[in-house]
Design a protein around this ligand. Structure first.
Ligand SMILES: Nc1nc2c(ncn2[C@@H]2O[C@H](COP(=O)(O)OP(=O)(O)OP(=O)(O)O)[C@@H](O)[C@H]2O)c(=O)[nH]1
Ligand SMILES: [Mg+2]
Length: 197
């Protein structure tokens, strides 16, 4: 909020102070990052539309979605930026990190290489968005037979890199999908409050 807006809102927007207060809404920018094919777009679709889409296409550049979350009586709108994980899009991502309030970092629990590359993603985000809250997710846990990365390894990476937690997720079964985004909304909200105080 600009100084002028703040002053106006304190004065009741310069109009009648008797006007009924409108519902407050907090808008936060969330970026979702991680290697190509780990399931970022599928996770976002599962969260926003409640469906498992098995035939997503590679995200070309960056995708966008948004959803409102109700967090203990506050309306929070998440603007979700879905990063194309393929190497060829890497150069445009720093610009999209700017102003982000929180991040979801994803790797594929069936593909060890996607964990190896996590430090690069942490760096891209920290360098361009600062020290924002970040949650790590290990995707596709419904594919139990193919799993090569254990939950403990995700938890360890999260701790070691100062992230705000780890979740096993499945966009197929829906496991932890809502929980991850609720956690992100909560973290972005409390971080913003801290910044103001
Ligand atoms: N079984 C299973 N498959 C999944 C899950 N999540 C994603 N997939 C599959 O993984 C493939 C890649 O998913 P995407 O969501 O397109 O991956 P992405 O991370 O957005 O990839 P980029 O856009 O290239 O960065 C798709 O075929 C999905 O159906 C899951 O939870 N379970
Ligand atoms: Mg995608």
């Amino acid at each position: 909020m600009s100084k002028k807006d703040k002053k106006n809102s304190e004065k009741g927007g310069g109009k009648s102070v008797l006007a009924a207060p409108t519902e407050r809404q907090f808008v936060y920018k969330l970026v979702v990052a991680g290697e190509g094919g780990v399931g970022k777009t599928t996770l976002i679709i599962r969260y926003c539309e409640g469906i498992f889409k098995h035939d997503t296409r590679t995200t070309v550049g960056v995708g966008f979605a948004s959803k409102e979350v109700n967090l203990s009586e506050e309306m929070i709108k998440l603007q979700i930026w879905d990063f194309g994980g393929e190497e060829r899009f890497r150069f445009i991502l720093p610009a999209y990190c700017k102003g982000a309030n929180a991040a979801i970092l994803a790797f594929d629990t069936t593909r060890f290489q996607s964990v190896r590359n996590l430090p690069e993603w942490v760096e891209i985000i920290r360098k361009n968005a600062g020290n924002i809250p970040m949650v790590l997710v290990g995707t596709k846990v419904d594919l139990e037979d193919k799993r090569t990365v254990k939950r403990e390894e995700g938890e360890q990476f999260s701790k070691k890199n100062g992230l705000s937690g780890y979740y096993d997720v499945s966009s197929k079964t829906g496991l932890n999908v809502d929980a991850v985004f609720s956690k992100i909304a909560e973290l972005a909200f409390s971080q913003a409050k801290k910044g103001k105080g």
